[in-house]
Write a protein that binds this ligand. Structure first.
Ligand code: FAD
Length: 341
């Protein structure tokens, strides 16, 4: 049988990481990434890129923990390598603060991040409106550099990149044996997934190089996430809102909320406003399907619906994609050897 042809549709964090894992696991495959938009124009470019998971209600916690752990381990290794600054990956320490003690004092990811502990009274003095807090060190991706770095690695492995809007996955069946669907919120239209909905997020990217520690208000709505080149101030979570236009009153509200946590941000400069649609679902769709039409077949692997946690779990889900692509290749080999009998 000829080397299988695989297309990954989507060039956000889910698509590029899936393509890397497939390229590493099956170097003999002919692999291409097709996407309507590449960096810096994807939802993934808007994200803060912090590794602090959000719980997806219908994905078992042990699975979410495994995806987070695999992602953390992978990025931690990059952060300790000479590639760290080009890849935009770095460790960042800080605080998650609450107005009262949360129900869940030990989140499921507390033993994956580094040095998780309850904040001391003297540390809490920095946040006079808050009564309880957690201190830890985690990883942050500067998103556009990380996406660009993954693209560069894919090209070095001979993976081709095509700018192309796919109207229907079936249109790819003459060119590819296996299609990996990593289209984020685009899957709502592409495969008609009614369970997938946008959660609109507006953030500010500011220049404030003196801010070195992250701060997240416990509800996850207000946050200050310092990166290598800028600080992301957030945010909003607007369910079922599709607008990508920034709202000036929201910009002011975010800035005021963040300044109330870190007053020195009043001196921040070069405010850029970005909006993105989190591809949200009760669970990530990570699934293999066989599509057939008039005797022709297309093997499809879905990998979308990462919601608020695409960066926090992308490497774990990408490894699962590679396992599912392996099952597709085995099925292709099986049907090809049966056809020869
Ligand atoms: P996308 O990045 O949207 O990529 C989808 C790709 O598919 C694009 O290339 C697109 O062009 C392509 N595509 C879509 N439809 C088609 C089609 N029909 N044909 C061809 N190509 C198509 N997550 C974290 O873990 N940590 C954070 O700190 C964080 N902060 C966030 C802050 C904000 C404001 C927002 C909006 C999100 C944040 N997220 C965060 C969530 C994260 O951004 C998403 O989970 C992640 O970007 C989803 O990645 P994706 O690759 O699935 O989708």
């Amino acid at each position: 049988m000829a080397a299988p042809k695989v297309a990954v549709v989507g060039a956000g964090v889910a698509g590029l990481s899936a393509a890397l894992c497939v390229a590493d696991a099956f170097p003999a495959c002919s692999l291409a990434v097709l996407a309507e938009r590449f960096t810096p124009s994807t939802t993934s470019d808007v994200a803060a890129g912090m590794l602090i998971p959000h719980t997806a209600p219908d994905t078992p916690i042990h699975v979410q923990k495994q995806w987070f752990k695999e992602t953390f381990t992978h990025l931690f290794a990059i952060s300790n390598s000479a590639e760290a600054s080009e890849a935009g990956i770095h460790l960042v320490s800080g605080w998650r603060i609450f107005k009262s003690t949360p129900k869940e004092e030990l989140p499921f990811w507390s033993d994956v991040v580094l040095g998780f502990r309850t904040m001391s009274e003297s540390e809490l003095q920095k946040f006079p409106q808050h009564r309880y807090g957690q201190a830890f060190t985690t990883l942050k991706c500067d998103c556009p550099p990380y996406l660009l770095w993954m693209e560069k690695r894919l090209k070095a492995k001979g993976v081709q990149m095509f700018t192309r809007k796919v109207a229907n996955l079936w249109e790819l069946h003459n060119e590819y044996d296996i299609v990996v669907n990593c289209t984020g919120i685009g899957a709502h239209q592409l495969v008609g997934d009614q369970e997938l909905f946008p959660v609109r997020g507006q953030v500010l990217k500011v220049h404030a190089p003196w801010v070195k520690n992250f701060v997240q208000d416990g509800d996850g709505l207000t946050y200050i996430y310092p990166g290598i080149s800028n600080v992301t101030l957030g945010g909003t979570r607007e369910k079922e809102v599709w607008s990508l236009s920034p709202d000036p009153s929201t910009t002011k509200d975010i800035f005021d909320r963040c300044c109330s946590l870190e007053p020195s941000l009043q001196a921040a400069q070069e405010v850029k406003v970005r909006v993105g649609l989190r591809p949200s679902r009760a669970s990530v769709r990570l699934q293999r399907e066989v599509w057939s039409q008039g005797g022709a077949k297309l093997l499809v692997v879905h990998n979308y619906g990462h919601g608020s946690g695409g960066f926090s779990m992308h490497w774990g889900t990408a490894k699962e994609v590679a396992r599912l692509v392996g099952e597709c290749i085995a099925a292709l080999q099986d049907s090809s050897s049966r056809a020869k009998l």
